[in-house]
Design a protein around this ligand. Structure first.
Ligand code: FES
Ligand SMILES: [Fe+2]
Length: 403
């Protein structure tokens, strides 16, 4: 029997083909583009280290195929979309969305060579304006694409933010969502910014939190005493496999309402689908799902989405990411981009890293499941086809939990 590679925390960030963590990603559907970013020309993308080209043929079918033509390697990013597929610019080989070669104009008439050439291709599905691809084994019989409530639920309003690319490892970003301590510390610079406007996550009074495993992954639950003895303020942030974060993104934070406004809970959920391009960069697809009653919610939210630090750059400041204080996004980018791809076994973790410890354990378990040919957590079984996947997280006031 083939011996399985013994995996450790050091393996988690690396997603290339043939790596244990890369094999795990290849058991799930992952977001590769927003549908609105795909126009009438091919789009080159890198996913899990694979160089690929995404295109929509003339009938609207979407293809995701290897970037380099199997003939002599020219990039299909420059291909022409025509005759039911994409045609290589160099010698005109034509491929359909399944990677099947349909034509080779320079080959002798009657040649059957085209039928024998099948280029690398992956299945693609659309859900709620995002394009998901499955890069794993058996592409002709892929697993179910989960129905994410944030994308498939007809209730409420949805908005897709601009697609963003970050130059750091995907896992630095994911761990940040399981680390509520940093909200009170890194994001303390501006009392009007950050989750709960720095009232709840406060440097001088850091809330207690628990890390809890859930059916879809895990969540961190932070608490402070509520407005009455039997209530508490609660803030939950969730992680779903393979690489989705959901954070409460409240009316209280953005619209400067009194904290009592949250007694009925927040009505906006902020989902981040994280797709590694390779080990050094990832793409972030962000969806807001609002179920409250304000028809102009997203217009009001828009100004808060700018990633601009508040301070001026000092003339002698040569630091790459400064100024970064005073904006949640620039603060996060600065810390995550400066964490090297270090072996996580060499860190020195404290009690307040319990969320990070749990998220690593959950991902390691999923990697082991794939190694042992079991279904990893978060990948659906056939009988779950109709289930709506809810990545829940509560933000607001609720009755105190008796532990
Ligand atoms: S390199 Fe593409 S057809 Fe020749
Ligand atoms: Fe953050």
């Amino acid at each position: 029997m083939k011996r399985l590679k013994k995996i450790t925390l050091a393996d988690i960030p690396y997603v290339g083909r043939g790596t244990p963590a890369g094999d795990r990603f290849r058991r799930y559907w992952i977001v590769v583009s927003a549908a609105r970013d795909l126009h009438d020309i091919p789009q080159a993308i890198k996913v899990l280290g694979d160089e690929l080209v995404l295109f929509r043929d003339q009938t609207g079918k979407i293809g995701l195929i290897g970037a380099h033509c199997p003939h002599r390697g020219a990039s299909l990013e420059y291909g022409d979309i025509e005759c039911g597929g994409i045609r290589c610019p160099y010698h005109g080989w034509l491929f359909d969305v399944h990677g099947q070669c349909l034509e080779m104009p320079a080959e002798p008439k009657g040649s059957k060579f085209a039928q024998k050439v099948k280029h690398l291709s992956y299945p693609v599905r659309e859900q709620g304006g995002l394009l998901f691809a499955y890069l794993g084994p058996n592409p002709d019989d892929p697993p179910l694409l989960p129905k994410y409530a944030a994308l498939a639920d007809c209730a409420g309003q949805r908005s897709l933010e601009a697609t963003r690319v970050y130059d750091c490892n995907w896992f630095n970003f994911i761990e940040n969502g399981a680390d509520p301590a940093h909200f009170s510390i890194l994001h303390r610079a501006d009392p009007d910014d950050g989750t709960w406007r720095s009232w709840f996550f406060n440097f001088k009074d850091i809330p207690y939190f628990d890390a809890i495993e859930t059916a879809y992954g895990m969540k961190v639950v932070s608490r402070k005493p509520g407005p009455s003895a039997d209530t508490e303020y609660v803030d939950e942030k969730s992680f779903a496999l393979p690489s989705i974060l959901q954070i409460g993104d409240t009316e209280f934070t953005h619209f400067r309402q009194p904290r009592e406004a949250l007694s009925a809970g927040s009505h906006n959920a902020h989902f981040m689908f994280v797709t590694p391009n390779d080990d050094h960069s990832f793409t972030l697809f962000t969806v807001n799902h609002y179920t409250g009653s304000d028809p102009e919610f997203f217009q009001k939210l828009a100004p808060s989405r700018k990633a601009e630090a508040k301070a001026e750059k000092k003339p002698y400041d040569r630091r790459k990411y400064s100024p970064f204080r005073g904006n949640v996004r620039t603060e996060d980018i600065t810390c995550q981009s400066t964490q090297p791809l270090l072996d996580r076994r060499k860190e020195q973790l404290g009690t307040s890293d319990k969320g990070v410890i749990l998220i690593r354990r959950i991902i390691l378990n999923a990697i082991r499941a794939v190694q042992e040919k079991r279904t990893p957590k978060g990948a659906l079984k056939r009988e779950q086809a109709q289930e709506m996947v809810k990545i829940d997280s509560f933000t607001g006031v609720r009755a105190k939990e008796i532990n």
